[in-house]
Design a protein around this ligand. Structure first.
Ligand code: PMP
Length: 386
């Protein structure tokens, strides 16, 4: 049996072959496998230099200081460190603003803080999944210490205007954190022009390995942040633990590659989305959840009237790999909190599937997947009528 056509790039991407090659020299006996904290010997010093260079390359691509980049295990950890790290270090402000469409790693962190006595305002998007600046500004109180808003939504691809929010918050005594897990490597992020205070990203969303990411902390040396872990002094004491050198090299290489291919990858996704939409509209009764004009082209969220997402995903399982929302939620038959917040109700909520694609998705993959999808939707609609 052929493996299914993979249309779940928003859950994770395959690692680019160039990235795998770049990681290999940091693993084995004749490579640079030493611990970068072992600076008593030359192999350790050599690896410490490799990490310094990697941090500097990452910072250069983000246009920030390399002192402000902390390596983490991914965006979940970076989001936790940003949010808990800031608010627990500032016991005065007890109010946080975030949105109802954030990833669970932000929402559950906020819930944890609510249990500790913090007050959280969850702002809602409009019906297309767009957050309005006014709603965020209206939620601000004298107690507000942090605003956390995602750049691109993982279920709909909707892009938030983080530059506008950052500008509006710039002169207020409020930290602004951005979860850029879905945008990093796909949209250019220039931190010298974008006045955010904290930004999280994750390598496995841009063709790097799983289990590595980073947190940008503006003027890190002057910020107070409580670490999540305690141990050695790695990552300036903010993220102790032996650094996964090969993972970090993988992330930096993948990020470099994503930057050289930024336009090419974007246009490719745009072409695939157009093709997909063209083939699927023939079906009729297909509703787009979100607004294509304000979304990344690699994520398409659709509801097929009369066909439950669960039935469709099961029917397609061996042919097309897709998701009914965020991978962290799948398994549980629970309607998407993102779509619910967009006032999507009734059957449409349970009919929503997410198709996401990327660099290695070929035109033929989309054509074939769309044909299979159309056939399966027709069959399921027909069965429902019997
Ligand atoms: N935020 C968003 C928007 C995401 O899509 C994801 C991954 N699903 C995460 C955070 C968590 O990232 P990681 O898998 O690196 O922990």
């Amino acid at each position: 049996m052929n493996s299914p056509i993979y249309l779940d790039y928003a859950a994770t991407t395959p690692v680019a072959p160039e990235v795998v090659q770049a990681m290999l020299p940091y693993l084995t006996l004749y490579g640079l496998f030493a611990n970068p904290a072992s600076i008593q010997h030359s192999p350790g010093i050599a690896v410490e230099n490799v990490i310094r260079q990697a941090r500097s390359n990452m910072a250069q691509l983000l246009n920030c200081s390399s002192d402000d980049v902390i390596f983490t295990s991914g965006a979940t950890e970076a989001n936790n460190l940003a949010i808990k790290g800031i608010v627990l270090a500032h016991p005065v402000g007890k109010h946080i603003i975030t949105s109802t469409i954030e990833h669970k790693s932000v929402l559950d962190t906020c819930k944890f803080l609510e249990a500790q006595g913090y007050i959280v305002t969850y702002v809602r998007p409009d019906n297309q999944g767009r957050l309005r600046l006014e709603t965020i500004l209206e939620a601000i109180t004298e107690q507000t210490i942090l605003v956390s808003i995602m750049h691109v939504n993982n279920e709909t691809g909707m892009i938030q205007d983080i530059a506008q929010i950052a500008q509006a918050l710039k002169d207020k005594p409020i930290y602004f954190h951005v979860d850029a897990a879905q945008s990093a490597g796909k949209l250019s992020i220039n931190l010298s022009e974008l006045p955010v205070d904290l930004l999280s990203l994750s390598a496995h969303k841009f063709y790097g390995p799983k289990g590595v990411g980073c947190l940008f902390i503006r003027n890190r040396k002057r910020q107070r942040l409580i670490p999540l872990f305690h141990g050695g002094g790695q990552e300036f004491g903010l993220r102790p633990g032996t650094l996964p050198v090969h993972q970090i090299i993988g992330m930096v290489t993948a990020f470099e590659l994503a930057h050289t291919r930024l336009t090419e990858d974007y246009l490719h996704s745009q072409q695939l989305r157009e093709l997909l939409n063209k083939q699927l509209t023939i079906l009729g009764e297909v509703k787009l959840n979100g607004d294509a004009s304000a979304a990344l082209p690699n994520i398409v969220n659709l509801s097929f009237s009369g066909v439950s997402a669960d039935a469709l995903i099961i029917a397609l399982r061996d042919q097309v790999a897709l998701s009914s929302g965020s991978a962290c939620n799948s398994g549980a038959i629970e309607a998407s909190h993102v779509l619910r917040s967009m006032n999507i109700e009734g059957d449409r909520l349970y009919e929503a599937i997410r198709l996401s694609f990327g660099r290695y998705t070929r035109i033929i993959d989309i054509q074939l997947a769309a044909t299979i999808l159309c056939d399966t939707v027709r069959q399921l609609r027909h069965l429902a009528l019997e």
